[in-house]
Write a protein that binds this ligand. Structure first.
Ligand SMILES: Nc1ncnc2c1ncn2[C@@H]1O[C@H](COP(=O)(O)OP(=O)(O)O)[C@@H](O)[C@H]1O
Ligand SMILES: [Mg+2]
Length: 304
């Protein structure tokens, strides 16, 4: 990971400090399996430098942006760079305090506290990824306030006080900018340093595709990156929704093409069909047709 940061020309002083952090804070051997080994690298030098600085200063980080801006990829990359065990805590479901801190359970006739992810992350110096924190229900907001407090002790009624390890950090993500997203309450927001995540640049998108598909012809690196940017423009100008703007879907589609499926069918599954509105599907297909011939075969896209 640090070699990657050097390739991306991240400030060398920051990389030195990450190395010191790693030396200073150990990870218990039985938690090493939680240190991520990311499948994707995050591309974006400025965002990397901002995020690293925030974490080195001991602050919590909130990543805000539309979907597929690499929020979760960055969070995981940060844990890998700092070599910290990660706990993913999702707020989709009816997450309440006890599922986050722990619940009393019976074991051999005794009551014992089964530790939840916040508890473990707090005491073991983890990086806790609070995914889609704006979806948190009132049930867990009081706990989040306590967890993210600058005093670094989780102190809520009914539980023992839980001190945060010095290496513990919380990185929250929040989708914003399309229908159905919720605001984050002000008191929670004030506990974070906030990065507005930009959408991936054209140059970085090509880098990502080259790395994911080393056998793809440069001409098609250009076309697929261009296609994503075309869809993005249509979505930004509200001609279409954000549903077909799906980078993960694009990457998966290209994997299907690599397996031999026609490009158009592959893009239908990965991009077009993410919209359930036939008028919008038509618009997206038109955008695709401008760059990708309907009967495009595998051999034209890939070199081997
Ligand atoms: N700047 C970026 N660098 C690397 N990958 C990115 C970037 N932006 C988006 N992606 C890609 O977008 C997809 C979705 O990433 P993810 O982190 O799940 O997004 P989010 O959490 O913002 O919705 C992944 O395939 C990821 O590789
Ligand atoms: Mg996400």
């Amino acid at each position: 990971m640090l070699d990657f940061l050097r390739e991306e020309e991240i400030n060398e002083n920051l990389i030195d400090e990450i190395e010191q952090f790693r030396k200073y804070y150990n990870v218990k051997p039985d938690l090493r399996y939680r240190i991520p080994n990311p499948k994707y690298n995050y591309y974006g030098k400025d965002i990397w430098e901002e995020a690293i600085t925030v974490l080195l200063c001991g602050e919590n980080l909130l990543l805000v942006g539309p979907k597929a801006t690499g929020k979760n990829v960055l969070a995981e990359n940060l844990a890998a760079a700092f070599q910290r065990p990660i706990w993913n805590i999702s707020f989709h479901v009816n997450t309440d305090s006890s599922s986050l801190i722990g619940t009393d359970t019976f074991k051999n006739g005794e009551v014992v506290l089964r530790h939840g992810p916040i508890y473990e992350c707090a005491i073991y110096g983890g990086f806790g990824v609070l995914d889609e924190i704006n979806m948190a229900k009132n049930e867990s907001i009081a706990l989040l306030h306590a967890t993210l407090d600058f005093r670094r002790i989780i102190d809520i009624p009914g539980y023992e006080k839980i001190p945060l390890d010095d290496a513990t950090r919380f990185i929250a993500t929040m989708n914003y900018g399309y229908a159905g997203t919720r605001e984050l309450n002000e008191a929670l927001a004030s506990r974070f340093m906030v990065i507005q995540m930009p959408s991936i640049s054209f140059a970085n998108l090509k880098k990502l595709l080259r790395r994911e598909f080393p056998n793809m012809k440069e001409e098609y690196i250009e076309q697929f990156a261009g296609l994503f940017k075309d869809i993005q423009k249509k979505s930004e100008s509200s001609e279409i929704s954000t549903k077909p703007l799906d980078l993960r879907g694009l990457i998966s589609s290209i994997h299907l093409m690599d397996k031999g499926l026609d490009a158009f069918k592959a893009l239908q599954m990965g991009i077009t069909n993410k919209s359930f509105d036939s008028f919008e599907q038509q618009l997206v297909e038109d955008v695709i047709r401008l760059r990708i011939p309907e009967k495009l075969k595998r051999g034209e896209i890939f070199t081997d």
